[in-house]
Ligand binder design. Sequence first.
Ligand code: AP5
Ligand code: MG
Ligand code: ZN
Length: 214
Amino acid sequence: MKIIMLGAPGAGKGTQAKQIAAKYSIPHISTGDIFRANIKNGTELGKKAKSYMDQGLLVPDELTCDLVVDRISQADAVNGYVLDGFPRTIPQAEALTNALNARNEKIDYAINVEVPDSNIVNRMGGRRACLGCGATYHVEFNAPKKEGVCDACGAELVLRDDDKPETVQKRLNVYHDQTQPLIEYYSKAGAMVEVDGTQDIDVVFQDIIKILGE
Ligand code: AP5
Ligand code: MG
Ligand code: ZN
């Protein structure tokens, strides 16, 4: 099963993608997590990506597309994957479609996690992220067992550099300009489905399972 998560920054793409990956035994591939891991490890890619991410801007397509096409070609992705945060521009979607067409494959579901902008800014200030494994928590809605420590891997939890309110607003603007057009793109491809992301995390996940099947 090949799945794309669409939705605004903070809509809950990562939260749901992790659970989908676990339930259907497919890898969770988050470009944001890949870039953050590269920043943490001080790689060339990380240095380039950080300058865009800290401003709430998108990392250029030429640094992003080949990375994802390589990743979905790895052995653990033969039975599918859940892509989280990619594609987020029309050229990225076209690069993905071309790579899949070349193998006679297609995206089965593009899941739009729908949350209005007014809910987003509040959510982001409470988010805590694990730079070790990419897990995401919320101080109020999804707290770790021990404050400041990742349940999954024991690493320290941090407030992401791009979760400051002014940067969140910029990311929302970028989302509406560059990423929202993908809803029409995947509607035309017959893959678009939608869930109400303002519900509790578990309820959103149950709605996704109803779509994907047990
Ligand atoms: P990325 O890491 O993808 O960030 P994003 O799209 O802005 O999305 P977030 O990770 O902020 O939100 P999310 O939807 O995953 O929500 P989450 O589950 O964490 O990208 C970061 C940056 O990297 C981009 O700005 C860009 O610069 C660059 N980048 C990445 N991919 C790129 C690409 N393809 N091309 C170019 N540049 C790229 O949930 C948010 C919070 O809410 C959490 O605290 C969570 O616990 C909580 N929460 C989740 N669901 C609920 C719920 N139902 N109710 C209450 N709280 C909830
Ligand atoms: Mg995320
Ligand atoms: Zn962790």
